[in-house]
Design a protein. Sequence first.
Length: 131
Amino acid sequence: MRLNDMSFFNLASRRMNWLGSRQQVVAQNVANSDTPGFKAQDVTAFADVMRGVGASVRTTNSRHIGGIGGQMDGVATREDEEAYETSLDGNTVALEQQTIKASEISENYRLASQLYRKGHELLTLAATGVR
């Protein structure tokens, strides 16, 4: 039996993939913080990803470049409705907000990876009786 076939490990793995995609979106926001008219992006909520909601790709402009198509690793991106502010040039990226998000993502990733490791240690203990 593979570890990813067990629901706990599958859930932890999916959570870490979602957090990785969210971190990538935050990095893109920071990289475009000086781009006029750039709108801050975020990913759909993890609960929505688990339910399969918001996974469809939607084109907002016929001139947009193809490729990812609004998705990263199966996680849909969307405009961030919770952006703090809009600058005079139309950019909605606030570096303070992106820093807070990056910190939250880092802590949540650390927690998910520790839970994954502890689950593996429990399986090892149950199978071998040795810590």
